[in-house]
Structures are given as structure tokens and as C-alpha cells.
Design a binder for this molecule. Structure first.
Ligand code: SF4
Length: 437
């Protein structure tokens, strides 16, 4: 069989003012561009689960091919996308189905909204593809494909289920960043999170040896790639983290990952991290205001950690690893003053990079359910507005307009070239001191 695995990417901010700001503020667009240019590790994993007798083609669409443009024909098409581009993915699926090419849809959005996705597919895969895709292919070949397949939510890295991603499918393409996953899920379980935490039963970690094997395979398709670990929270297990860092150091890579602020608690881990080629960690600080953090996690983990934020950032950055601090605006206790407070906090914190996003009730998450029940959603359907920059709900202590204005103010005041250079110079002083000591 000839199978296409298609990633639909290319998110665009809907609010006009922000779209304009994006054009002029380099710090704002940079991270978004980086994320959009990463290959879909999920689909490479699906390819890895596909028996070798089938021909697999990995395709990325930044936009839908114009109506009337002929689409390449396949025996089966698998499409995955994130919420903001899922409507485009549905349109592509509809076009293939009009050509009588069967379509399978999968990914986190599809897992969270299976009934919606099912209307555009011959079959859907809910959760990860492990434990579902091989059976789907067998059924398809036998002419008995079902409407819905449920992937495994546990033990996904066990020998029975594990899939080695097909990095070889990326050969000859101009990627300078590649992704490898070391874990799935996150025990912090934030109410708003629409990441892999929603498709796993519990946090699962890949054996270090497998991660290193994958990195070595990825190194064969790109020259000196920068690695992004496609994890939600890499260093939940500090003992595993140390083992991984010792194993990755000899590869002499440069890499980035996402984790929580507790990495700062472990001096040995930080020293290993600094030696390992890690350039930056992205940490979801969410808010400098403890009231905003209250109730975010089932056990209030983030609210309890807030008092350590400044010191923890200092500790991590003193090792020469930058922290990309992420903040969400529009949380239920936020007022226009909170937005100014975020700027003050960034100034005080020595952060060089920050990621500001708008609180977003991704369809299917606990936050979405709560807002829906309270009648606070502004639109009944808003997949394509889940860009993390567009407001889709009624805030509690601000008007929608005040939130929109606040975001624009924050972007202008944090992401201008001048502000970025100011933060960069401050960080370079830290590095200089580091070299002198
Ligand atoms: S800490 Fe990050 S990855 Fe973990 S649940 Fe919260 S938002 Fe998701």
C-alpha cells in the first residue's frame, strides 16, 4: 500500500492588531516560527508502526493546496494536526474522501474531540497510535476498518508497543531542528493543559538507551541539528534525568526542553544539565501572582512553588542555561494590573526569553468544560482561534477588550528589539561572571 502521513501546520493569529504586531516584533514571532517548522514526531512514530511492506510518504502542509489543485493519490491517508489547524485538516480530509481515498485522523485534538473528528474521517485514532495503528492497517487491508481505534494510554514505551520514529523519512529536507520524545504526560495535570497529559493514564518515561538510539538515528538525517525534546516535562524523575544527561553529553549536542521549576532544587542535575549541551529550558511559570496559580493543579503545585520562582531562575541561569519563562494572561484572578505586574516580574527575574500566551480553553480540556458550564465561551466553535494569542472566553475581572489591550501592551513592552537586547545584555553579564569564577 502507498500511505501518506500528512501534518497540517502553519498557525495564524486571528486578532488583526496582534497579527500586525507579530510582523514588527522579532521576539514574538521567533518561537512561533520555530515550533511551526518542527517535523511531526507523532507522524514519524506512526510511520515507525507501519510494517515495512507498505510505502510511507511524510508530507507537511503549511496551508491547504488551492481548490482545484490535484492532490497526490494514495491508498490510505493519515492526517494529524493541532487544534488551531484542525479545521484545515478536516477540509483536506474531506477533499481526499471526495477522491474516494480513505482518511484516518489522529492526534491530541482528535482524541479530545472524537465525535467532531469522526465526521471527517473513515476512521479515527484516539490517544497515541501505539496499540491502534497496526491493527487499523490489518483491518483496512482486510476491508474491515472500524470507525474508531483506541490507542494505548499506558506502557507506550514497553517492547510490545514502542515505535522507533522513522527519522529517515526526513532525509534531504532542510531541517535544522529535530525532535525526540523522552516522556509522555505530566503529573502536574494543569487544568488548561492540552498536551500529552490528556492522552496518557500517567507519566511515562522512555528508557535512556532508546532515547540515545533515536538521537543517533536523527543525527543521520541532518547536519548538526538542534534537538528539541518533545516532552511536556522532561525532568519529573530526577534519577532518570541524571542518567539521561550523562548519556547525552558525549553526543555533543545542543538542545532544548520543557520542564518544571523543580530542576532548580537539584544542584547535581543542574551541573549535569550545563555540561550536556542543554541551551535552554522552557518552564511554565504561568503567573507571578500566587492567586492566579491557586487551583491550577489538583494539589496546587504551582501555587506552592511561586515563592521560589525568582531564586530558581537565578540558580538555573547561573549555570549558563537560559530559562524561557512562560506566562499566561487572562487567568481568572487577573486584572489589567496583573499584566503590568508580569512585565515587572520579568524585569526583576533576569529572564532573557519569555513566552506570553493568552489563557486558552482548548476544546475537550477540564478548563473548557468549566468555562462551557459557566457560559463563558465566546464562540460555540473556535478551533481555529486556539492560537494561544486570541481571546475566546469571557474573563472574570476584565473585559475582553481590556484583555486584548493588555496582551498588546505586554507584547509591545516585552518583545521589542530594545527590550530583548536589554535582557540579553543582562544575561551576558551573568555568563561573563560565570566565566570569571
Ligand atoms: S506543567 Fe505544563 S505540561 Fe505539565 S500539566 Fe501543566 S501545562 Fe501541562
Amino acid at each position: 500500500m502507498k500511505i501518506a502521513l500528512i501534518a497540517m501546520s502553519g498557525v495564524r493569529v486571528r486578532t488583526e492588531e496582534l497579527a500586525k504586531l507579530g510582523v514588527t516584533l522579532p521576539g514574538f514571532v521567533n518561537r512561533g516560527k520555530v515550533v511551526a517548522s518542527l517535523p511531526s514526531l507523532g507522524l514519524l512514530t506512526v510511520a515507525g508502526l507501519t510494517p515495512g511492506e507498505h510505502e510511507v510518504k511524510y508530507i507537511e502542509f503549511d496551508d491547504l493546496p488551492p481548490e482545484g489543485t490535484p492532490l497526490e493519490r494514495f491508498d490510505l491517508v493519515g492526517i494529524s494536526s493541532f487544534t488551531a489547524r484542525i479545521n484545515a485538516a478536516y477540509r483536506l480530509a474531506d477533499r481526499y474522501r471526495q477522491m474516494v481515498v480513505p482518511v484516518v485522523l489522529g492526534g491530541i485534538h482528535v482524541s479530545l474531540r472524537p465525535d467532531e473528528a469522526e465526521a471527517h474521517a473513515d476512521a479515527i485514532v484516539v490517544n497515541g497510535a501505539e496499540g491502534a495503528w497496526p491493527q487499523l492497517l490489518k483491518d483496512f487491508e482486510a476491508g474491515q476498518m472500524k470507525k474508531r481505534y483506541i490507542g494505548a494510554t499506558d506502557q507506550v514505551f514497553s517492547p510490545d508497543l514502542y515505535s522507533f520514529p522513522r527519522f529517515d523519512l526526513l532525509k534531504g529536507r532542510p531541517y535544522n531542528r529535530l525532535t525526540v520524545q523522552t516522556s509522555r504526560g505530566c503529573p502536574l495535570n494543569c487544568e488548561f493543559c492540552a498536551a500529552s497529559v490528556r492522552i496518557t493514564k500517567k507519566f511515562q518515561q522512555k528508557p535512556v538507551e532508546l532515547v540515545i538510539n533515536e538521537m543517533e538515528a536523527a543525527l543521520k538525517v541532518a547536519e548538526h541539528p538542534f534537538f528539541e525534546l518533545a516532552d511536556d516535562n522532561t525532568f519529573v524523575n530526577k534519577a532518570w534525568g541524571k542518567e539521561f544527561l550523562k548519556a547525552v553529553t558525549p553526543l555533543k549536542l545542543h538542545w532544548f526542553t520543557e520542564t518544571d521549576i523543580s530542576v532548580a532544587d537539584d544542584e547535581e542535575l543542574l551541573n549535569l544539565l550545563a555540561k550536556s549541551g542543554c541551551r535552554q529550558i522552557l518552564v511554565g511559570l504561568e503567573s507571578p501572582d500566587p492567586r492566579a496559580l491557586h487551583g491550577m493543579n489538583p494539589n496546587d503545585w504551582k501555587a506552592r512553588r511561586q515563592a521560589t520562582y525568582l531564586e530558581s531562575i537565578r540558580k538555573i541561569q547561573s549555570k549558563g542555561i537560559t530559562v524561557n519563562g512562560c506566562f499566561i494572561v487572562g487567568l481568572d484572578t487577573d486584572t489589567p494590573e496583573t499584566i503590568k505586574y508580569i512585565k515587572d516580574f520579568v524585569d526583576e527575574s533576569e529572564l532573557i526569553e519569555t513566552q506570553i500566551t493568552v489563557s486558552t480553553p482548548f476544546p475537550g480540556t477540564p478548563m473548557w468544560q468549566r468555562m462551557k458550564d459557566a457560559g463563558r465561551l465566546l464562540y460555540s466553535e473556535y478551533n481555529d482561534r486556539c492560537t494561544l494569542f486570541d481571546v475566546n472566553f469571557q474573563p472574570v475581572k476584565m473585559t475582553v477588550d481590556e484583555l486584548d489591550q493588555g496582551i498588546q501592551w505586554l507584547f509591545t513592552n516585552l518583545y521589542s528589539e530594545q527590550e530583548f537586547l536589554k535582557r540579553k545584555r543582562r544575561y551576558m553579564d551573568i555568563v561573563k561572571n560565570l566565566e570569571e569564577t
